[in-house]
Structures are given as structure tokens and as C-alpha cells.
Design a protein around this ligand. Structure first.
Ligand code: FAD
Length: 687
């Protein structure tokens, strides 16, 4: 072999090695570029200074969001995307959590800022925005006299402090001299109008921004993605097949502590894949389902307290995935990588990955669709229906009757609008950026951390109703997944399942009944003083945390004996169900009553066994005298379940009891309930 041959062999060898190790090389580059978490964008020099990051990345508009579950983040991104698409603004959309705000009054070119902030709990800021709230609290007058801003809040009128966080931000920013563009937008999830509220606010705000910033619209501008797409040919160890976080990829190693438990923290960025040790159907009736599920946390650092919430990370059903792939003519096997075009952008999911993994595990593809989503697809509508799609996307009431009333998801709607034919040419990157992330669903934990420190119980009613228009069922993502696991594990009647799931998960990660979970801590807690009486009101699955509360007190009695029982204040549970068939945990309450003796009582309202419907609020009213006596003795009131009607009806019943027993006017009694809420003596866990 001469020297030329030798060089050729070496070069070919090196090329072959490069090809074989492409994934590892990409992974190395990813690590260098993105540090610990490739799904997170980072700023060039890691700074938290807003003005500096905007300048470094040549941005001329800022959208800041505070999000608890991802909804505010989705709206912020939509808003930023629209400003870019229509006016070519170079928008930075950023989480309040990741920045400091001292330069907010000195933004480059005096750019305006739009805030999108959700409210959580009792008018609180989302967990990640506590730093922003603190900044607002410390503002002096005139500190923000250069700032122009607009603000959209996401809230729920069924809660006492509707849009509390956005309203507080508005007041504080204005007190510090900042000038509001337009009016405060207030999304109301309670009325189910968040989308329309957003559209109204957005239209008004954009019109004002056009004048303020002299913006001109480029109507022919096509969608431009914030990401660079690269097609790949091999699945490597760093390729996500739908793993819930990067710790579960084959090229990563899960961390364990000295006790051999999987290390956390477990939160919205990383779940624990928990084995399901027990799952059973709780309803007797055939037409509705409620699933009890027990997750084993003994081999992890996951902990919880009685009254906390369990987040379950779902994936989409086979039926929903294949319908979605079909309508857009997508190939689930396609492997690709994404790179953010600038360092302020976050990758929406783990990359590299496949289209199939993204559709199944990372995108919310089934819920109701919004007018704005349809509007974004207008350019790709088949010519024969384009005009109709334009009209639908602009006409609120037509959209409501034709799309929302039919309970279509995106794929259903597009197929129906195009007479069963597919939509070709919709960019995959547009779908990725347009659709919300598939987010975890929350469940009030129905076990007690004292009696079950190693397992977390959830009690979930299965969302499944027939849709006469599509001939299929409208199914909730998570609850049908839980039901699938229950049916398969217990060898029940699989033929009755309306939808099916890949229960093995990516690379078998969820095999034998495992699901990703994390715990969200709540403030829903039994009184520390065991002698305080407790009134619990929880119809349907609203009974979940009260099963936990009662099990907690039983465990305390077992631990501390007779003396504890003597000291214990009375616990009354007002429970409601339709009839005997859906009476949850019927036999268990008998056991609890045996342990707690006269200290525990369950009052059951079976709403459908007599002509006149009887609900928990009626039972409260019937027992007015006793309830009022318990309140006088310092009882804590707990309400859990339906936020839209039940919580209001119950509050009304308590106000009535207070006003009648104390001879107060209704507003005076309402003030007492308000004061009880502030003091933590009237707690709600409602959804
Ligand atoms: P999703 O997929 O989220 O669907 C939600 C609803 O929309 C369903 O009714 C579904 O049928 C409907 N839907 C789907 N597609 C469409 C469409 N295209 N058009 C119109 N409607 C559609 N629930 C419990 O059962 N037990 C609990 O203990 C409990 N605790 C909770 C605690 C908290 C703090 C919160 C916030 C919620 C709690 N929930 C509880 C509710 C729970 O989180 C879920 O919302 C519920 O289980 C539905 O989840 P899913 O994924 O099955 O349905």
C-alpha cells in the first residue's frame, strides 16, 4: 500500500467512524451548547439581565409569561409568534422565572413589554414568578416611568380572587409609573371563554401597538419557524422516542441516593416513572367508570403530604395519534432534530426525536380547537374550502356552532371541513409551534402520607362521552389511559375500551403498568390542632382528599391510642353521588367509622334515588343547627370537587347558615366566609 492509499484508508475510516458516531457527536455538541438540559434555551453568557439578553439577541419586542401549568406559556408564545408573522418583529418570549427585572425601565429602544400571567390558588402568582412578585412589591413610584406594557391574565371566576396575579401586576406596574397599552385582558377558564377573551384582548392590543410602533403588516408573509429542522436517518441513544425527560434516555444515567432511591427533584421538568401496584374500578354501573390507582414511590425520593396533588403525565391514544398523522399525511417514523434559531428560544421537547414520538407524547392533539389555530392554517387550506375556513376563523358564532358544538378536535375538524380528505402541505414545524404541550393532569391525592408513606392513591372519574356527530367518543387523555391500565392489569373487558394506548411506552419504559408522575404541594391541610372540628364537603371524586384526611386521622389513632381519639374534634363528611352504584369507597367508610367511633360521620346525598335531586348543599342546610354549632366551636371547612357549581352552592349554603344562626345580613356572613378563607379555615380544592 503506497502513502496515497494509506491516506485514503485513513480518511475513509475517519468518515465511517464519524457516520457511526454521529449521534454521540451531536450529543456532545448539544451538551456544550445547552449545558445540562438540551430542552432549555440559554443566553449566550448565562446572564439574567433582560436588557442585555434582548440586546445580545437583537430583539425588539418582549413577551414575559408566568405560567403554572403551561397555559400562559402557550398564549405568550402564540402572541409572540403572531407579532413576528404579521409585523416581522423580533420577539423574545421568556419565562419570568428566568430573569431579573432591574433593567425593565431601560429596555433597548424603549420597547414595550407584554405580560401573560396566570393566577393560581388564592389569587397567587405561579410558583416560578415569585421573584417577579417580590420585584413588584419593592417598586417605588416613577421607577418604571419609561415602560409601556400590555397585560393578559389567565384566571377563573369560580375562584374568589379572579385573576389576582395579573390584577396585582397591573396595579403595581402602574403605581411605578409604567403606561398600560389598552386594557387588562382577563381570560376566564370558569366560563370556558379563555380563548375568546384572549382573541378580544389580542385584537385590541395589536391595533394599539400598530399605532404606537408604526407597524405595517406583510399579508403575504408565510410562516417562518423559530427552529432549524434537520432530517436524520438513524435512531441513536440520544434520540427521544417519547421519554418524559432526558434522564430516561438510554445515553443518560438515572441518579440514586445512598438508600438506593431514585434521586429527584421530581417536578414539571422531570417526573418519576412510578410502578402502579394496584388499580381497580370503583363504580358498579357499566356505563361510567372511576378508577382507583396506587403508585409505588418507595424506590424514589418522591414524597408527599396528605392533601397534595398528584400530577400524572399522559400520552395520546393510538386512535388520536393515527387520526392526526393521517390528516396531515405525516410519517410517524421520520427522525429529525431541531435547533433553536437563537439562544432565547426553548426547544419544545427532547431532540432528536421522531414525528410519531412527538405526536404521541409531547403534543396536545385532542382538546377543543381555537379560532386562532384555524386562522393559522388558512394559508394551507385546500383551495375549494379556503373561503369557508377564512370565514370560520373570523366569525366567533359560526365557529362556535360549526366547530365547538361538534366537540371536534383538530384532526376531526379539518377532516370534516375537507369532506374527509387530508390537508397536505401544512408544515410540521407550524404544527409543533402552534399546538400546546401535552401537559400533566392533576389529581387530589386520596391516600394519607402517614398511613401510606410509600404509595400515592388517585381517584379519577373517566371522561368518556359519545359524540353523535363524529360517531366516536369524546375521551379524556389521562383518565382513559388509567382505565386502559386498569382493564389490562386486571384482565377486565377490553372490548369496552373506547380508545387504546401504547402501554409499553418509549423503549418499554412504562411496561407492566408504570406512568410518569410528580407531586405538586398544596395548602389543603388538616388543622394542626387535632381537637378542631372538621367539616368536609366533597361530592363525586371531590371525596378524594377527604379519604386521605380520614385515613390520616385513623393512622394517628392507631399510632397514639385512645387519648388521641378522645382529644380529636368531630369530622363530618358531606358526600354526594348519583346513586348506590357510584358510591365511592362505600365499604371503607364503615371501617373508618369503626376506628374513629363517634368522631367520624359521613352524610350521603344520593342525588338520583328520589324525584327531587338532593345535593350536598341541601344536606348542609338540613343540618343547619349542627353545622352552625361546629362552626361556633372553631370548625375548619373544606370543599373539594366541581368549581363551576358545587363550590358556589356550598359557599352559599354556609353563608346562609351563618347569617341565619348569627342573625347577620348576607353580606356580613359573606365577609365572615372571606375572613375564614384568608385565615385558612375555609379551604377549597376545586377544579
Ligand atoms: P382531558 O383530555 O384533559 O379532557 C378534559 C375534558 O375535555 C374531558 O371531559 C374530555 O372529554 C373533554 N374533551 C376532550 N376533547 C374535547 C373536544 N375536542 N371538545 C370538547 N371537549 C373535549 N379529577 C378527578 O377525577 N379526581 C381528582 O381527584 C381530581 N383532582 C383534581 C385536582 C386539581 C387541582 C385539578 C386542577 C384537577 C383535578 N381533577 C380531578 C381533574 C383532572 O385533573 C382532569 O382534568 C380530568 O381527569 C380530565 O383529564 P383527562 O386527561 O382525562 O381529560
Amino acid at each position: 500500500m503506497n502513502s496515497t492509499d494509506l491516506i485514503a484508508v485513513v480518511v475513509l475510516g475517519a468518515l465511517f467512524w464519524l457516520y457511526r458516531n454521529l449521534d454521540s457527536i451531536k450529543e456532545f455538541i448539544n451538551d456544550q451548547l445547552y449545558g445540562d438540559d438540551p430542552s432549555l434555551g440559554v443566553n449566550s453568557n448565562g446572564t439574567r439581565d433582560l436588557a442585555e439578553v434582548l440586546k445580545d439577541n437583537d430583539k425588539n419586542y418582549l413577551v414575559l409569561y408566568g405560567s403554572q401549568t403551561g397555559t400562559a406559556e402557550d398564549y405568550a408564545k402564540k402572541f409572540g409568534k403572531e407579532l413576528t408573522a404579521r409585523f416581522q418583529l423580533r420577539v423574545m418570549v421568556a419565562d419570568l422565572e428566568n430573569y431579573d427585572f432591574h433593567s425593565l425601565n431601560e429596555l433597548p429602544d424603549n420597547m414595550p413589554v407584554s405580560f401573560v400571567i396566570s393566577t393560581y390558588g388564592e389569587g397567587d402568582f405561579p410558583d416560578g414568578s415569585v421573584n417577579f412578585e417580590q420585584y413588584l412589591n419593592e417598586l417605588d413610584p416613577d421607577m418604571l416611568d419609561n415602560l409601556r406594557f400590555s397585560i393578559f391574565g389567565l384566571g377563573n371566576t369560580t375562584y374568589e380572587f379572579f385573576n389576582g396575579a395579573a390584577r396585582k401586576a397591573l396595579d403595581k406596574l402602574q403605581d411605578a409609573g409604567a403606561r398600560l397599552i389598552g386594557t387588562l385582558g382577563e381570560g376566564d377558564d370558569g366560563a370556558g371563554t379563555t380563548d375568546e377573551d384572549y382573541l378580544t384582548w389580542k385584537e385590541e392590543t395589536i391595533e394599539l401597538l400598530q399605532n404606537e410602533l408604526d407597524l405595517h403588516e406583510d399579508e403575504d408573509k408565510q410562516f417562518e419557524s423559530s427552529f432549524e429542522y434537520t432530517a436524520l436517518i438513524t435512531i441513536g441513544n440520544s434520540t427521544s422516542l417519547g421519554e418524559p425527560s432526558k434522564q430516561y434516555l438510554p445515553n443518560a444515567t438515572l441518579q440514586y441516593n445512598a438508600e438506593g432511591e431514585q434521586s429527584g427533584p421530581f417536578d414539571l421538568s422531570q417526573p418519576y416513572v412510578a410502578p402502579i401496584t394496584e388499580t381497580k374500578e370503583l363504580f358498579q354501573s357499566k356505563d361510567r367508570n372511576c378508577i382507583h390507582t396506587e403508585f409505588d414511590i418507595s424506590r424514589s425520593e418522591v414524597t408527599y403530604q396528605t392533601g397534595d396533588h398528584l400530577a400524572i403525565w399522559p400520552s395520546n391514544s393510538d386512535e388520536a395519534v393515527s387520526q392526526f398523522l393521517r390528516v396531515f399525511e405525516l410519517d410517524s417514523e421520520t427522525i429529525f432534530d431541531l435547533k433553536a434559531k437563537d439562544s432565547t428560544m426553548k426547544l419544545p421537547f427532547l431532540c432528536p426525536t421522531t414525528i410519531g414520538a412527538v405526536v404521541r407524547h409531547y403534543l396536545e392533539i385532542t382538546g377543543p380547537i381555537s379560532r386562532q389555530t384555524l386562522g393559522l392554517l388558512v394559508s394551507y387550506a385546500p383551495e375549494s374550502i379556503k373561503e369557508h375556513i377564512v370565514t370560520l376563523s373570523k366569525d366567533k358564532s359560526l365557529f362556535a356552532t360549526e366547530i365547538l358544538a361538534s366537540k371536534f378536535n383538530l384532526a376531526d375538524a379539518l377532516l370534516s371541513l375537507n369532506h374527509g380528505e387530508t390537508w397536505t402541505g401544512v408544515p410540521w414545524l407550524l404544527l409543533i409551534e402552534m399546538l400546546p404541550k401535552l401537559s400533566p393532569r392533576y389529581y387530589s391525592i386520596s391516600s394519607s402520607s402517614l398511613s401510606e408513606p410509600n404509595t400515592i392513591h388517585a381517584t379519577s372519574i373517566v371522561e368518556n362521552t359519545p359524540n353523535d356527530i363524529t360517531g366516536t367518543n369524546i375521551t379524556g387523555v389521562t383518565t382513559n389511559l388509567l382505565r386502559n391500565i386498569q382493564v389490562i392489569k386486571n384482565h377486565d373487558d377490553a372490548a369496552s375500551l373506547p380508545v387504546h394506548y401504547d402501554l409499553e411506552g418509549p423503549r418499554g419504559l412504562f411496561a407492566n403498568g408504570q406512568l410518569p408522575i410528580h407531586v405538586r404541594h398544596s395548602t389543603f391541610r388538616l388543622p394542626k390542632d387535632i381537637s378542631a372540628p372538621v367539616i368536609m364537603i366533597g361530592p363525586g371524586t371531590g371525596v378524594a382528599p377527604f379519604r386521605g384526611f380520614v385515613r390520616e386521622r385513623c393512622a394517628e389513632v392507631k399510632r397514639d391510642g385512645e387519648e388521641c381519639l378522645e382529644k380529636m374534634g368531630k369530622m363530618v363528611l358531606f358526600y354526594g353521588s348519583r346513586d348506590d352504584d357510584d358510591y365511592l369507597y362505600r365499604n371503607e367508610w364503615v371501617e373508618y367509622a369503626a376506628t374513629l367511633d363517634a368522631k367520624f360521620e359521613i352524610d350521603v346525598a344520593l342525588s338520583r334515588v328520589q324525584e327531587q335531586k338532593v345535593y350536598v348543599q341541601h344536606r348542609l342546610a338540613e343540618r343547619q343547627e349542627e353545622v352552625s354549632k361546629l362552626l361556633q366551636n372553631g370548625a375548619y371547612v373544606y370543599v373539594c370537587g366541581d368549581a363551576k357549581r358545587m363550590a358556589k352552592d356550598v359557599q352559599h349554603a354556609i353563608v346562609n347558615i351563618l347569617s341565619e344562626s348569627k342573625g347577620l345580613t348576607e353580606p356580613e356572613a359573606q365577609e365572615i366566609v372571606k375572613a375564614m378563607k384568608v385565615a385558612g379555615k375555609y379551604q377549597e380544592d376545586i377544579w
